[in-house]
Design a protein around this ligand. Structure first.
Ligand code: PLP
Length: 360
């Protein structure tokens, strides 16, 4: 890769396109003739106002966000939203429905438990599949149904939004946000940390339907209250992170928007899953085909697990880094978000084939 860069398969923070990094490098010391770096600007300046406005407009364009939804750029990561969602959308004693399909949706459910809610676990996955729709136990009076659209650790992804009838749907899209087209109008609220698909760590995007705002509990921290935070400027926002997101949104639009991105991401994932599936059992992907993630591709060497360590270290020597699976899962995981170039995928697939041939 140019500049001695690696193919970084990290689950996040993840790689960014060279175009975006170079644009930010060119503007690092003097943004658009302003005489200063974005890092140095007042968040209330004209210059930064134009940056955050551009970020919001481009994101609205990418996702066709309806006018009755607010877009916020907040701090605290997706983890803060595990608390912000119940604190904004419920009162004590309410019921909330939570789909548990992996580690992150489990964490979200555990956090909701803290706020005096009845947390109804609608279904509990085995980390390899999503339980069939018939087995789900939705409650009739839940304030919302929360789920995680892509479980980063296990690599379990919903191919379409879950069918929850008329219930209010809340989605954690931290690891597949802007990797595909989504019909925002199906959701009450979507949140996503930026550091996988749309930018650096430090900013979480929250898209919320306006009628759900202004109802936060008394004890809700001010920085989590959607009504107060609706312009993302109540206090100092993560200016630099928002700026990089805006460059990333420009880039995604220039590259054909989210339909094109979805096709490309599907193609990238197919190459790796095909490599696993055509390895005569040397590799195996634990997740059920119907919910295999397009973003995080976990795989193992079932008959020779002792080779997995060698796989990761040999790949690293060839410039493919961060392929070790999450500590709770083991094996390997290739995270291939928006910015992983096709050449990175092709290099990994070629290495997988060579490694299998050498050790079969
Ligand atoms: N949700 C999902 C699906 C994630 O992958 C992560 C982090 O990897 C989180 C939530 C937590 O995000 P953060 O570290 O931004 O709080």
């Amino acid at each position: 890769q140019p500049f001695g860069r690696l193919y970084n398969f990290s689950a996040g923070p993840a790689c960014l396109p060279l175009d975006v990094l170079q644009k930010s490098q060119a503007e690092l010391l003097n943004w658009n003739g302003s005489g200063m770096s974005v890092m140095e600007m007042s968040h209330r300046s004209k210059a930064f106002t134009s940056i955050i406005t551009n970020a919001e407009q481009k994101l609205r364009q990418l996702l066709d966000i309806p006018g009755n939804y607010k877009v916020m750029f907040l701090q605290g990561g997706a983890t803060a939203q595990f608390s912000a969602v119940p604190l904004n959308l419920t009162s004590e004693g309410d019921t909330v429905d939570q789909l548990v399909t992996g580690s992150w949706s489990k964490k979200a459910a555990q956090e909701a438990e803290k706020y005096g809610l009845k947390v109804n676990v609608v279904c509990k996955g085995d980390n390899k599949s999503v339980p069939s729709r018939d087995s789900w136990k939705l409650s009739s009076h839940a304030r919302y149904v929360h789920y995680c659209d892509n479980e980063t650790i296990q690599g379990v992804e919903f191919k379409t939004a879950p069918d929850v009838g008329d219930a209010l749907l809340v989605a954690d899209m931290s690891s597949n946000f802007c990797s595909k087209k989504v019909d925002v109008s199906k959701f009450g609220l979507i949140y996503a940390g930026a550091q996988k698909n749309i930018g650096p760590a430090g900013v979480v995007v929250v898209i919320v339907r306006e009628d759900l705002m202004g109802k936060a509990r008394q004890i809700c921290p001010v920085t989590m209250d959607y009504e107060t935070m609706k312009d993302s400027l109540y206090n100092t926002p993560p200016c630099w992170s928002i700026y990089i997101c805006s460059l990333m949104f420009d880039y995604l639009l220039e590259q054909g928007g989210l339909e094109a991105r979805e096709q490309l991401n599907q193609h990238k994932a197919d190459i790796l899953y095909d490599t696993v599936d055509s390895s005569n059992g040397f590799y195996a992907a634990p997740v059920h085909k119907s919910v295999r993630s397009r973003m995080n591709v976990p795989f193992v060497i079932p008959s020779k697990p002792e080779l997995e360590k060698e796989f990761v270290s040999e790949a690293a020597k060839l410039g493919m880094t961060e392929l070790k699976g999450h500590r709770s899962v083991g094996g390997m995981r290739a995270s291939i978000y928006n910015s992983m170039p096709m050449e990175g995928i092709e290099s990994l697939a070629a290495f997988m084939k060579d490694f299998a041939a050498k050790h079969s």
